[in-house]
Ligand binder design. Structure first.
Ligand SMILES: [Zn+2]
Length: 298
């Protein structure tokens, strides 16, 4: 049986030459997974701005959509504003919302975008405009579908936006495992933060993950969001850690396997990945979805 995944890579945003955002990886990832034949792909629908406002300041949402953000706010996001950026951003959030529906219907849902965890309630940052995971959580709560949610954020950069949005919210557990000396340099407080020194390898990383995962499940979340950034790889140019592809695969297997074992609906979003060549990033992202497909078929 093939599982559907949502994509928005058909909205290419115009970027200046030499821009650090790895636009190519999104389509590359979809092509890799298409070759596996256990997935089918659907263009992500646009999220309704009213739903986005459940997690974001309405003025910020409106100003972004209308191209009216101040220059400093645009600079902090890191993308030049364009109509294409608006479309891609709405589809990226919409993909996570659709994947959330799949999680309830079939155990898990996947978005080949999203995981934009540096977005705060009233501003974007670090290539993140809206916080898709925060929007999905607030949306589910507004509909009475869930009481508690957990976010497992394994991107190498702290999920600072998500942490701050839910800082004083007792019903959302935010967990972030990240490189201590990396962006964002001013860290926020997740409910659980695990910081790694530069050069941390597979064994130490996986040990730390094993130590903390039981705390996620003892929280008894009604849904788990997995921000599956692959920038902890040694070959990542922005990562600072030293994980291998095998180590990252094992990471995914443990997170997805434990969530499945507890019978909790799971949403998997992308996250960062900036390896050189970028094929190494795409391969690691593909492994995450292959792993989910294997585990959920059992
Ligand atoms: Zn990252």
């Amino acid at each position: 049986m093939d599982h559907r995944l949502f994509y928005c890579d058909h909205y290419a945003i115009p970027l200046p030459a030499g821009h650090k955002f790895p636009m190519a990886k999104y389509r590359m990832l979809r092509d890799l997974l298409a070759a596996d034949s256990c997935f089918r792909f659907e263009a992500a629908p646009f999220a309704d701005p009213a739903v986005i406002e459940l997690a974001h300041d309405p003025t910020y949402v409106r100003d972004f959509l209308n191209g009216a953000l101040a220059e400093a706010a645009i600079r902090r996001i890191g993308f030049p504003w364009s109509e294409a950026l608006v479309k891609r951003t709405l589809a990226s959030v919409g993909g996570t919302l659709s994947a959330t529906c799949d999680a309830f219907d079939s155990g898990w849902g996947g978005n080949l975008a999203g995981g934009t965890h540096h977005a705060f309630r009233g501003e974007g940052s670090g290539f993140c405009v809206f916080n898709d995971i925060a929007v999905a959580i607030q949306w589910l709560r507004s509909k009475g579908r869930i009481e508690r949610a957990a976010v497992i954020d394994l991107d190498v950069h702290q999920g600072d936006g998500t942490a701050q949005i839910f800082e004083s919210d007792v019903n959302v557990l935010t967990l972030s495992l990240h490189a201590k000396s990396n962006f964002p340099f001013r860290k926020q407080r997740s409910k659980i933060d695990i910081e790694f020194e530069d050069g941390t390898r597979d064994a130490e990383y996986l040990n730390a993950l094993d130590g903390v995962l039981p705390r996620v499940f003892s929280f008894k979340p009604d849904i788990v969001f997995f921000q599956s950034g692959v920038d902890p790889l040694a070959c990542d140019t922005l990562g600072r850690l030293a994980l291998t592809h095998a180590g990252l695969k094992e990471r995914d297997r443990r997170v997805i396997g434990a969530t499945r074992a507890h019978n909790i609906p799971m949403v998997i979003t992308l996250g960062g990945g900036y390896s050189r060549p970028i094929e190494l990033t795409a391969e690691a992202h593909a492994n995450t979805f292959r792993t989910a497909s294997e585990i959920f078929l059992d």
